[in-house]
Design a protein around this ligand. Structure first.
Ligand SMILES: Cc1cc2nc3c(=O)[nH]c(=O)nc-3n(C[C@H](O)[C@H](O)[C@H](O)COP(=O)(O)OP(=O)(O)OC[C@H]3O[C@@H](n4cnc5c(N)ncnc54)[C@H](O)[C@@H]3O)c2cc1C
Length: 408
């Protein structure tokens, strides 16, 4: 059997399928609902090349109690879920040292450095080159203390060639007149971009791979036995290589091979406002409150939040409403009426690094998941790396830091 099976028709799985097909391989993508809603559809549309700072940083533990006291704040843990979350959480906290931040940032910078080299040709290939808005992003701060606290993150980004221009609140308003007086300090990151509609990219890419001869099939993978994948409906599919790109669900499949991984669903929310009443031309990141506003084709998308409640708990859309409400503090003219609410499962590892590489137990199984906040950004580069791994070629960036072996 010469077929490569890719599990997951999100942005990461489709980028892998496309890169493998470009090398002439026979490829089948399997998803429990190939065209259905997924994290890759409703995200904040940012090409966040400056997002190399991990989530676990020194000092975070001090902020957590305050965040948790606010029921609709940036972080929420459902108490009943804590025992399940504990191993991930303990490991997450262990990574919150400066040496770990610098190590993780250096690894993510290797992906960031390739982002446009892999993203731009892909967008052109699927006819959506014009969907990229290469205008930079603005990071807005309310307090001098909050701006000063991020100084070391700016320094780390600069070490990796990422431009961080420090500007005043007034200069930020000159760039984005809709911002109110609450914004007193800002950072402009010119290398950041956003796209007009992440869902359009995924839908177009899925049709594109099908047109190139990739089979996209419906089915739920439950376990891997030998060279066969077992599906929930009892079918068995054989493969020569298997790519696990199942987003936040990938840990279950890796576990069926005995590969341990600390991955959680970091549930994120947004509201897309069709008639926001204000105009933004850049993505704006409200750094102290951990949410963003992105101008996309469907309107203004206000997104953020990190909720740890597992893959099965129902969404709490009050979080979507709370984000839209919070945005009025910074965008005084914002019209929050008529918004569409959404929740997605970010596939988030304890160290904020994706899992990209072959299984230590099975050289024919390749992992491509755990992209957390940056799956849209790093998906095309992940596809390239997976194709290189399957072909047995040296990879364009060192994948050692992304190996699943770090969790064993
Ligand atoms: C609020 C929010 C904002 C975000 N903003 C950004 C942003 O601005 N920029 C950015 O780069 N990223 C952003 N992200 C993150 C980004 O959306 C994700 O990292 C990315 O979508 C992950 O893609 P994926 O293909 O790995 O997973 P998914 O999109 O979740 O796709 C995984 C697919 O695998 C399928 N699957 C899983 N297990 C199985 C199985 N056993 N059998 C069959 N099918 C299976 C699922 O059905 C699903 O379709 C954001 C996320 C959220 C929630």
């Amino acid at each position: 059997m010469s077929r490569i099976l890719v599990i997951g028709a999100g942005i990461v799985g489709l980028c892998c399928a496309n890169a493998l097909r470009a090398e002439g391989r026979e490829v089948m993508v399997l998803d429990r609902d190939p065209a259905g809603d997924k994290c890759s559809f409703g995200n904040a549309a940012g090409i966040g090349v400056t997002e190399i700072i991990p989530a676990s940083v020194p000092g975070l533990a001090w902020k957590v109690p305050g965040w948790l006291r606010d029921p609709l704040g940036p972080l929420s843990l459902r108490p009943a879920y804590l025992p399940k979350l504990a191993p991930w959480l303990l490991r997450f906290l262990r990574h919150g040292t400066w040496s770990e931040v610098e190590r993780i940032a250096a690894a993510l910078a290797t992906l960031s450095g390739r982002t446009y080299k892999d993203l731009l040709p892909l967008l052109d290939e699927i006819g959506l080159g014009g969907d990229l808005r290469p205008v930079g992003a603005l990071w807005a701060y309310e307090t001098a203390a909050g701006f000063a606290a991020d100084a070391r993150f700016r320094a780390i980004r600069r070490q990796h060639g990422l431009v961080c221009e420090e500007i005043s609140g007034a200069e930020a308003r000159a760039l984005e007149p809709a911002l109110g007086e609450a914004v007193r300090h800002a950072m402009f990151t010119p290398q950041w971009s956003h796209v007009a509609d992440p869902r359009r990219i995924v839908d177009r890419l899925r049709r594109h791979v099908e047109q190139r001869g990739v089979t996209v099939a419906r089915g739920e993978a439950t376990a891997i036995f030998g060279n066969e994948l077992l599906l929930a409906d009892g079918r068995r599919l054989d493969f020569c290589h298997l790519v696990v790109a199942g987003g936040a669900w990938s840990g279950r499949l890796a576990g069926s091979l005995g590969d341990r991984v600390l991955i959680e669903s970091e549930r994120g929310y947004n509201t897309t406002l069709p008639t926001p009443g204000v105009t933004l031309s850049h993505e704006v990141i409200f750094a102290e409150r951990a949410f963003v506003a992105t101008p996309i084709d469907a309107g203004l998308r206000i997104g953020g939040a990190a909720e740890f409640a597992g893959l099965d708990a129902p969404p709490n859309y009050a979080r979507s409403d709370a984000l839209a409400q919070l945005a009025t503090r910074y965008l005084p003219g914002l019209n929050t009426a008529g918004g569409t609410r959404w929740m997605g499962h970010r596939p988030t590892t304890a160290d904020s690094l994706p899992v990209i590489g072959t299984s230590p137990r099975r050289p024919d199984v390749v992992y491509a998941f755990g992209h957390g906040h940056t799956g849209l950004t790093f998906g095309p580069t992940t596809g390239r790396l997976v194709a290189e791994l399957v072909a047995g070629r040296p990879t364009s960036v060192d994948v050692a830091p992304f190996s699943i072996a770090r969790f064993q």
